[in-house]
Design a protein around this ligand. Structure first.
Ligand SMILES: Cc1ncc(COP(=O)(O)O)c(C=O)c1O
Length: 480
């Protein structure tokens, strides 16, 4: 592609993206293809001869666009929305164009230093103290894995050399999280050689928050049994209900027991930007590490997760390893800044560019306004659920997620059995999602299947939330 062709196709592509943003509501939120459709529509082998870009774009439009689930649709109310934004998209464009590979300071001084600057801004915005140093990874799963690797390193100093396997000098290492913690904690333990058996799932209270007394008791029992507690993962904004673990009480236990405290604030951490929610990270200043995902609720396109750590030296001790072919004269000077030393990966993208552009383009005020509006909309939706005799709310709504279900009186004052109610809610969810206007997801709570409405998109307004509610009520009436 020569520079003129690049200009032509680039301009056309920007037009396509702008139209897409403008008309995203014309698409069904949830893709309507069947498994295998996309594969079947594409050649089995790569072309021998290069093809015109226009032909490639035509296939993109014809084959791939129908296979997109539109996370950019304001009716996307499932999971935690990963809401991108136009400034974030432009930054990704530049990031690909510049193709920086910031393994060493000198392989990209700009990417290395901007990461520090942008993460310093975000740290201040969410009210973490300056002794937290940040590093960017792709996802919260990877951030948490690195936090637990640092905890493992801090506990077992020679682990990077001797590993864990076959060691008779070490007791079993244990990690703690609540029953509501994200599955990435399980996966981290699988990855770092501790195994899921080493993960203690602490019970939660009636509002799905970790029971700190049960945590303290489990740690004591483990110590008495000869195990070695090395880390606790507390969650601020759990995946199902957005419940908030009692971090101050958990931090007391961790400091008393000398256990690494990692806070998973992947979704909810950014809410600390709001004066009304500033205390959401209370106690997190005493954590050893914390993860927050700008690609969840900070209008930054996937992927960008931030790990803040007060003991970055443990993370560097776990990972600093400089092969001879990378050594250079400026090594000593730049050693602390070489991002390759803060994780498993050598190469790293210029991800900070999109966070920096998003923060500058929105400004903190507009970000706060969006977050506050999402929380208001969730409260509003919850009030509709509460006021309807055939629906019920299944968890508190501290942030922008509502868990609820349809639980109608079938005859007189009789309701369905649990199995019937679960099945009815699954049918209702399928029907509403099939409209293509909105997409909600579900979870399992004490009562059974819970429908889950999550607001996180910058373009989602009261109209979209109202429409979701109307669809639920209308389809429930038909299904009954
Ligand atoms: C609380 C929490 N932590 C971690 C994750 C994992 O996020 P990622 O997809 O960035 O790995 C999620 C995903 O939704 C989450 O809800």
């Amino acid at each position: 592609m020569d520079p003129d062709d690049f200009r032509r196709h680039g301009h056309a592509l920007v037009e396509w993206i702008a139209d897409y943003f403008e008309h995203v509501e014309d698409y069904p939120v949830l893709a309507r293809v069947a498994p295998g459709d996309i594969t079947a529509a594409l050649p089995r082998t790569a072309p021998e001869d290069g093809e015109p870009f226009a032909a490639i774009m035509a296939d993109f439009q014809r084959v791939l666009v129908p296979g997109l689930t539109h996370w950019n649709h304001p009716g996307f109310l499932a999971y935690f929305d990963s809401c991108g934004s136009p400034p974030g998209v432009l930054a990704e464009f530049l990031c690909a164009a510049l193709n920086q590979q910031a393994m060493l300071w000198r392989t990209s001084p700009a990417a290395t230093e901007l990461e520090g600057v942008a993460l310093g801004w975000l740290r201040q915005l969410i009210g973490l103290p300056p002794d937290f140093e940040g590093v960017i990874y792709d996802t919260a799963s990877v951030s948490t894995m690195h936090a637990l690797l640092a905890a493992r390193e801090a506990a077992v100093r020679d682990v990077r050399v001797r590993g864990l396997a076959g060691r008779s000098d070490l007791p079993k290492l244990c990690v703690y999280c609540s029953e509501q913690a994200h599955s990435s904690v399980d996966k981290s333990l699988m990855a770092i050689g501790l195994g899921q058996e080493s993960l203690r799932k602490i019970p939660v209270d009636a509002e799905y928050r970790m029971n700190a007394t049960a945590l303290a008791d489990t740690v004591s029992a483990d110590r008495a049994a000869g195990f070695w507690p090395i880390a606790v993962v507390a969650t601020v904004g759990t995946t199902s209900t957005t419940s908030i673990d009692p971090v101050p009480a958990i931090a007391d236990i961790c400091s008393r027991e000398r256990i690494w405290l990692h806070v998973d604030a992947a979704y909810a951490g950014v809410a600390a930007m709001l004066p009304s929610h500033a205390d959401i990270l209370a106690g997190a200043d005493r954590a050893d590490s914390l993860v927050v995902n700008p690609h969840k609720w900070l209008f930054t396109p996937v992927d960008l997760s931030v790990l803040y750590c007060r003991r970055m030296d443990s993370l560097r001790a776990a990972f600093a390893l400089t092969p001879e072919y990378i050594l250079s004269g400026d090594q000593a000077d730049a050693a602390r800044r070489n991002l390759m030393n803060t994780g498993i990966q050598l190469g790293r993208r210029f991800r900070s560019l999109k966070l920096w552009m998003v923060l500058r383009s929105f400004g903190a005020k507009a970000i706060r306004a969006h977050l506050a509006e999402h929380i208001r909309l969730a409260q509003l939706f919850a009030s509709w659920v509460d006021a309807h005799r055939d629906f019920e709310r299944l968890a508190p709504v501290p942030l922008s997620v509502v868990c609820f279900r349809w639980n109608p009186f079938v005859t007189g004052d009789e309701r369905w059995s649990k199995a019937e109610t679960d099945a009815a809610n699954e049918r209702l969810l399928d029907r509403v999602n099939a409209t293509g206007e909105v997409f909600l997801s579900h979870t399992q709570l004490r009562e059974g299947v819970a429908l889950r409405l999550a607001i996180g998109h910058a373009q989602t307004t009261e109209r979209h939330v109202r429409r979701a509610w109307d669809l639920l009520v209308d389809h429930a009436a038909i299904l009954r």
